[in-house]
Write a protein that binds this ligand. Structure first.
Ligand code: AMP
Ligand code: ZN
Ligand code: ZN
Length: 450
């Protein structure tokens, strides 16, 4: 382990080291204890010890030691209209103290991995490379999927520059309590502190860890922090957006936010913390009579991901006649309202053409209609997401408060790609070149204090 390697130990909180042994000394102490723990077989079934290459060395460069902080929270599957449908005191507080967008438009497909990595990088899927939760890469000849840890943690699958990599490369300490991409060495860099995804880690524990990070001394305190909750997405899938269970989950995540805010209010530097509340997508219903099986048995030269709300089909070889032939065969099996496109013909508003990880043929059903592989047992109906983001049911939320955000301000619907440039601006980081644009927030942003 080199002096710039950092360590992450979830069940001994990093700030224990940070407070007692600030800066690099803290990391030396952590390294020694970690070595001992590893020799003892590690911490068992709990969160694991990880090492990361983080250019900050887990110590903020001098210019960041007095700077602002940013906590990016993603509430998976939190649809834009839930904010008004329920009485949510903690969301309402951030809304009143800052800016709220009418909604947030996700990338296509409106899936968890695609959307989160768009939030992190400011890029559409065709540029950041996560073209679905699951996708085929014809150049690698391999399929990426969330359950395959060797791929999820391999930075070579991820394009673009997530905000925590931007931070670390500029000497700012970052930390992630879950976020798609944060487990991988993207451009060889991970956050100083990160966790392998484990949905069983309690929300309270996640919140308390973020509070502990925020209580670390200036030199080592992470300035860029992420946090993630899946409760609302899970309730939406199981019971639907209009169910009492969904309402319960939304109220529950408001409580998690309350726990975080109470802890943050007690910090001496509370006023320098930006809080961004986001989600990756919304949720919508489908019924059994809107599910279309696609039979590709006649074609032995295709790889297909027929996910339900969208489909991507890769064809071996580059013969354009063959591509058209397969497109037409799929088109014949779908009703007219389902779009079946060659990759180059996908409507430009979907930003879903410029990557080999986009299928040679892309299927875009309207919301509520599904494409599945022939032979797969069709559901009796249910709730999901992934559809064309032109449908408002797929839109998420954006609410933010911070020292430079104008209280009580409002914007229209924003694109998810606009979050990264905003985060870079709020933290004072030089952003990577991205698809998003900070001008969306022009009226909500106050000038930087000199
Ligand atoms: P989906 O609704 O299929 O798009 O995905 C939602 C699910 O993704 C959540 O319920 C989580 O279990 C899972 N998830 C979220 N973040 C991660 C991650 N970083 N690694 C693996 N799975 C994740
Ligand atoms: Zn999701
Ligand atoms: Zn979901």
């Amino acid at each position: 382990m080199t002096s710039t390697d950092s360590v992450r130990l979830a069940n001994i909180t990093p700030n224990v080291f940070g407070q007692r042994f600030p800066g690099r000394l803290g990391h030396l102490a952590a390294t020694l204890i970690l070595g001992w723990l590893a020799a003892c077989g590690g911490p068992g079934s709990g969160p694991v010890i990880e090492t990361a290459q983080n250019p900050s060395g887990s110590v903020n460069a001098t210019q960041w030691q007095q700077g602002d902080h940013l906590v990016l929270i993603s509430f998976d599957g939190f649809r834009w209209d839930y904010l008004d449908r329920f009485d949510l005191p903690n969301f309402a507080r951030i809304e009143a103290e800052g800016v709220r967008a009418e909604g947030m438009i996700p990338p296509f497909p409106s899936k968890t991995f695609t959307g989160h990595y768009t939030i992190a990088t400011g890029l559409w899927a065709e540029h950041h490379g996560l073209t679905g939760n699951e996708f085929y890469d014809p150049e690698r000849g391999e399929t990426y999927s969330p359950g395959d840890r060797s791929k999820v943690e391999d930075g070579s699958w991820y394009y673009g520059e997530p905000i925590w990599v931007t931070a670390e490369r500029q000497g700012m300490v970052s930390a992630a309590f879950f976020f798609v991409g944060s487990e991988a060495d993207v451009q060889g860099v991970r956050p100083s502190y990160w966790y392998r995804y484990d949905g069983l880690i309690s929300p309270e524990r996640r919140v308390d860890q973020v509070l502990q990070w925020l209580a670390m001394p200036d030199a080592s305190r992470p300035r860029m922090i992420t946090l993630y909750f899946s409760d609302v997405d899970s309730a939406g899938h199981l019971h639907g957006p209009d169910s009492p269970e969904l309402e319960r989950a939304v109220r529950q995540v408001d409580n998690y936010l309350g726990r975080l805010l109470r802890g943050m209010d007690a910090l001496p530097h509370a006023n320098s913390v930006n809080i961004l509340l986001t989600s990756d997508h919304g949720m919508a219903a489908y019924t059994a009579d809107n599910i279309y099986p696609i039979d590709l048995a006649d074609f032995d030269d295709v790889q297909a991901i027929l996910n339900g709300p969208y489909g991507s089909v890769w064809v071996n070889g580059a013969d354009p006649r063959r591509h058209r032939q397969i497109r037409d065969a799929i088109d014949d099996q779908c009703p007219p309202e389902v779009g079946v496109y060659l990759r180059d013909d996908v409507p430009s508003r979907l930003h879903f053409s410029n990557s080999r990880r986009v299928g040679d043929i892309v299927i875009v059903p309207p919301v509520g209609q599904m494409v599945i592989p022939a032979g797969q047992l069709a559901a009796a109906g249910g709730y999901t997401h992934g559809w064309d983001p032109g449908h408002p049911e797929m839109h998420g939320i954006f609410v933010a408060r911070g020292p430079r955000i104008r209280p009580g301000s409002r914007t229209g619907r924003i694109d998810q790609v606009d979050i990264y440039p905003l985060m870079a601006e709020l933290l004072g980081l030089v952003p990577a070149a991205v698809d998003g644009d900070i001008s969306t927030f022009e009226h909500a942003l106050m000038p930087r204090k000199l």
